[in-house]
Design a protein around this ligand. Structure first.
Ligand code: GLN
Length: 538
């Protein structure tokens, strides 16, 4: 099988939605019957995203095989509904590590090791490896054309045309057509420059995806076609959308999938059936009711820090036909001495406490848990959120006043959440967590079992600390229900309160497996409970 490649580069500015473009192209090609996958190339020097601060780079997306990756992999999985892994993400750090390792081993037989050809070859090999057994591999190059770090990757994808044959690659450049308010017009010059930069490197883009806030007219498309040497029908416009899930629909209307197939010499008679996406968009835009969800976190200032959680909430809203209005609450605000927690949170039909690391803001999360538990407000805790639910329960119900997680207070008398013995001697921070998919057995008669509709599940993890089994009996005797246990490892994965409208905490990250057309059962259950709560208040 010859794998074909779609290379996606970006021009002018970052944050143009290349990841969403890549995901949307993937959706369209998959719906035309092709076997597709997507690879993200990140030109930064970190080996993976695991050690990156969510304030700088947004969430870390974790795959089944435990890779800590860029959040774009989350977009890809949501759009193409395929399970991705380690080989779908490469960084400069990863490439250099592998080349330097080989150099130390003497693999280069005394030769001078250079960016070209050694780094560029390694990049190409990793691309080819990710493309094995596929019809089409989409490769998104992070950053913007012209960045110093991106150059070896652009050189590598230029060479790919020589290596696998020009007829097997298509270059798609995502660019910005800015609107100048003073002149009241769109400007093409930045796009011309960024295409010139690509051509200087030796890449002639076949397709331009133009992000713009105003519709482009024919004259403008003609002008871009002329200056950028791209055929007019290959100039695709992407306007700002009410929801990212409309992007595949809009790209399909403009014929992008046909264009890619034509460029790659592929013949597919199957027209993509986009009815499920149309339904998603319709339900997202026009639901009859709204629930307000308080997202009580510590990274709420960064819009992408909880990206998958936000998307998963919307997926559940789409399924339940309610708009999910997510209101960020800075957890530190809830722990101020004069904070009126009930006043701050009274708007919420449901409270979600997401994952996080470190001490800051956790007492505020515990306040939010207490408020939700005592007032029968739907509560959903994820990872750190679940850990703080257990701590709150130990403190306020079991009266273990000093209860805490060892992460927050290593000397606590009651380490409800602790480091397991085998983890205690770890010194490096990179790659030392429980990462990736683990199986979990659910307990009969629990909310979790009812929500999933099955007894054995698999969910993704990213944490160091665990629920301390020494306290299990005590908490259970006080009414906490253990609803899920890691298969074969006796680790608590899900906690619940049976007499509460919805009090569910999970040690894993359910948000990572939610899809627009297939919400995650726990998010679905949480939004359903929040809608019931909202209706009850009216
Ligand atoms: N900081 C906690 C731990 O390491 C929770 C991690 C998370 O929420 N992802 O266990």
């Amino acid at each position: 099988m010859t794998t074909k490649y779609v290379f996606i580069t970006g021009g002018v500015v970052s944050s143009l939605g290349k990841g969403i473009t890549a995901g949307s192209v993937g959706t369209l090609l998959k719906k035309r019957g092709l076997k597709v996958s997507i690879l993200k190339v990140d030109p930064y020097l970190n080996v993976d995203a695991g050690t990156m601060n969510p304030f700088q780079h947004g969430e870390v997306f974790v795959t089944d095989d435990g890779a800590e990756t860029d959040l774009d992999l989350g977009h890809y999985e949501r759009f193409i509904d395929e399970t991705l892994g380690e080989k779908n993400s490469i960084t400069t750090g990863k490439i250099y590590s592998s080349v330097i390792k080989r150099e130390r081993r003497g693999d280069y037989l005394g030769g001078t090791v250079q960016v070209i050809p050694h780094i560029t070859n390694d990049i190409q090999e990793k691309i080819i490896d990710a493309g094995k057994n596929l019809d089409v591999l989409i490769v998104e190059i992070g950053g913007t054309v012209g960045d110093i770090e991106g150059q070896p990757f652009l050189e590598a994808i230029r060479q790919m045309a020589v290596r696998v044959g020009r007829e097997n690659v298509v270059y798609c450049h995502v660019t910005l057509i800015p609107w100048l308010e003073a002149a009241k017009e769109l400007k093409t010059k930045p796009t011309q420059h960024s295409v010139q930069e690509l051509r200087r490197i030796g890449i002639l883009p076949n397709i331009l995806v133009c992000r713009t806030s105003h519709p482009m007219d024919e004259a403008m498309k003609n002008k871009i076609a002329l200056f950028c040497d791209v055929s007019k029908e290959a100039i695709i416009e992407v306007l700002d959308e009410k929801t990212i899930y409309n992007v595949p629909i809009s790209l399909n209307k403009q014929g992008l999938d046909n264009l890619i197939l034509k460029n790659l010499g592929l013949h597919c008679d199957v027209q993509p059936d986009l009815s499920d996406w149309l339904r998603v968009v319709d339900r997202y835009i026009n639901p009859p009711e709204e629930v307000k969800i308080a997202l009580v976190g510590k990274y709420v200032q960064h819009k992408d820090a909880y990206l998958s959680v936000v998307e998963a909430l919307h997926h559940a809203g789409i399924a339940r036909n309610v708009r999910v209005n997510i209101v960020s609450v800075e957890s530190e605000d809830l722990e101020q001495p004069n904070a009126n927690v009930a006043e701050i949170l009274k708007f919420a039909d449901g409270i979600l406490i997401p994952g996080g690391f470190g001490n800051r803001g956790v007492e505020g999360m515990i306040e939010a848990v207490k408020y939700a538990r005592e007032n029968n407000v739907p509560l959903f805790g994820i990872c750190l959120g679940m850990q703080m639910m257990a701590v709150e329960f130990a403190r306020n119900v079991c009266k273990l006043n000093d209860a805490n997680s060892q992460e927050m207070n290593p000397a606590t008398l009651h380490p409800i959440i602790h480091l397991m013995h085998e983890q205690e001697n770890l010194h490096e921070l990179g790659g030392t967590m429980r990462l990736g998919a683990y199986p979990c057995d659910l307990v009969e008669g629990t909310r979790a079992a009812a929500a999933y509709g099955e007894m054995h599940i698999s969910e993704r993890h990213r944490h160091r600390y665990e629920f301390n089994n020494d306290y299990r009996e005590r908490l259970e005797n006080a009414g906490l229900k253990i609803a899920g246990i890691c298969t074969g490892r006796n680790l608590v994965e899900i906690i619940e309160l049976p007499n509460h409208i919805w009090y569910v905490g999970e040690q894993f990250h359910a948000e990572l497996k939610s899809r627009p057309t297939r919400p995650h059962p726990l998010f679905d259950g949480f939004i359903n409970a929040s809608a019931i709560y909202m209706r009850g208040r009216k």
